[in-house]
Design a protein around this ligand. Structure first.
Ligand code: LMR
Length: 392
């Protein structure tokens, strides 16, 4: 029976992770997988997370099931973090999810259940799993241009020209901040244009925010989606705690659905049925750690400080790499790196060049030229800049 399975397609990001792990060279540099690393190249458990986990160990008195959509206190905490006061709780349905990935899938499953004829518009480039998740959910998707590699900023003309073809009932998938892989984010004016477009066309926004706090700040990074949420009757927001809480392996995410009050119970019930058919009950540990941190002022302040340290470090590495590349190339060709935000930017380059970077210089980046800033160190930057200048 199983011999007839088609060969599984390698995930372009996880494939790089595997190759890096198998490389015995000590001087290799991992700029592939989107994981934060400190100056020592480690990804330690955040101190606020450790403290919250310790409290759970001391005080948690049951591991019995929560609800089919997880603990409502987690949803409320995440809604506050992501949406602020843009939307009243009476208009919010949602579920804890197994990381942001399952949150995106749950949102897409909901769309498919509600409106199987809808098309999801996905930026190109994007996190490659967005396409795979849409496929798995059975929703049609189309792509819109997003990035202008020449200028290192958004291709606004291309984006709006492509989105012209969207139909009422379609869905527009956007990155809340720190666009993966380009690092090029929508401005406040762009978010206003998105709101006007969605309202005029009858298109529902779907925001994937996996890097809140990695760009300019927790509130700054959510300002655009909050302004949009305040204007939309319906919208989906998926938040991940993998990166900003460092809970990668614990899989804590949240799918929030904004809808009219009269639809809330129906949406909530449908999310729970969808969960029952796949996971029954969402995982709780990571979500409970997040709730604990966000609802305790001291833990929250500690987490905020740690997150600020991580963000400042990534932005400093961006500036240092841009400067090192200017020196190595004798041009400002990579100057855009300093202005972009989040973990990622794309350098461009052919597959052959990316392979050469890896094989000859031990510098691992993802196909398409995506590089994870947090994988750099002040020590490795001169070497990486020299390799990039030589190969690209
Ligand atoms: C990434 O983009 O590298 C991360 O989000 C990890 C993943 O799951 O792809």
């Amino acid at each position: 029976m199983f011999q007839s399975l088609p060969a599984p397609a390698a995930d372009p990001i996880l494939h790089v992770m595997t190759m890096y792990r198998e490389d015995p060279r000590a001087e290799k540099v991992d700029l592939g997988l989107g994981v934060y690393k400190d100056p020592q190249g480690a990804t330690p458990v955040m101190r606020a997370v450790k403290a919250a986990e310790q409290r759970l160990v001391d005080e948690q008195d049951t591991k019995s099931y929560t609800t089919l959509s997880g603990d409502p206190a987690f949803r409320a905490a995440v809604a506050g973090l992501v949406l602020g006061d843009a939307v009243p709780a009476t208009r919010l349905a949602g579920s804890t999810t197994t990381g942001g990935t399952a949150g995106v899938k749950l949102g897409m499953d909901l769309i498919h259940a509600a409106s199987p004829g809808s098309t999801i518009w996905i930026s190109t480039p994007t996190w490659p799993n967005h396409y795979a998740l849409a496929k798995a959910a059975g929703t049609a998707f189309k792509t819109y241009r997003y990035y202008d590699a020449e200028t290192g900023s958004i291709d606004r003309a291309g984006m709006w020209a492509d989105l012209e073809a969207a139909q009422p009932g379609d869905v527009l998938l956007l990155h809340g901040c720190c666009h993966n892989p380009t690092g090029a984010d929508l401005s406040a004016e762009d978010w206003a244009a998105v709101a006007a477009f969605c309202k005029a066309k009858g298109v529902m926004p779907f925001i994937d925010i996996a890097y809140q706090g990695f760009g300019d700040g927790l509130d700054e990074d959510a300002a655009g989606l909050r302004a949009l949420a305040a204007q939309m009757a319906r919208m989906i927001v998926v938040s991940s705690a993998s990166k900003n809480f460092g809970l990668y392996r614990d899989r804590a995410g949240c799918c929030l659905v904004i809808c009219p009050e009269g639809e809330r119970a129906l949406v909530q019930g449908t999310l729970e049925v969808l969960n029952r058919q796949s996971i029954s009950f969402p995982p709780d540990h990571g979500a409970r750690v997040v709730t604990e941190i966000l609802s305790d002022p001291a833990l929250r302040a500690q987490w905020d400080d740690e997150l600020t340290e991580m963000r400042d470090r990534m932005n400093r590495l961006r500036r240092l790499l841009a400067t090192a590349l200017r020196d190595a190339c004798g041009s400002d060709r990579f100057g855009f790196l300093a202005d972009q935000r989040g973990m990622f930017s794309i350098l461009g380059g052919s597959e052959a060049q990316i392979t050469r970077l890896r094989e000859e210089f031990g510098v691992y980046i993802v196909g398409g030229g995506r590089l994870n800033m947090a994988g750099l160190t002040e020590h490795s930057i001169p070497r990486v800049a020299k390799a990039i200048a030589t190969v690209l």
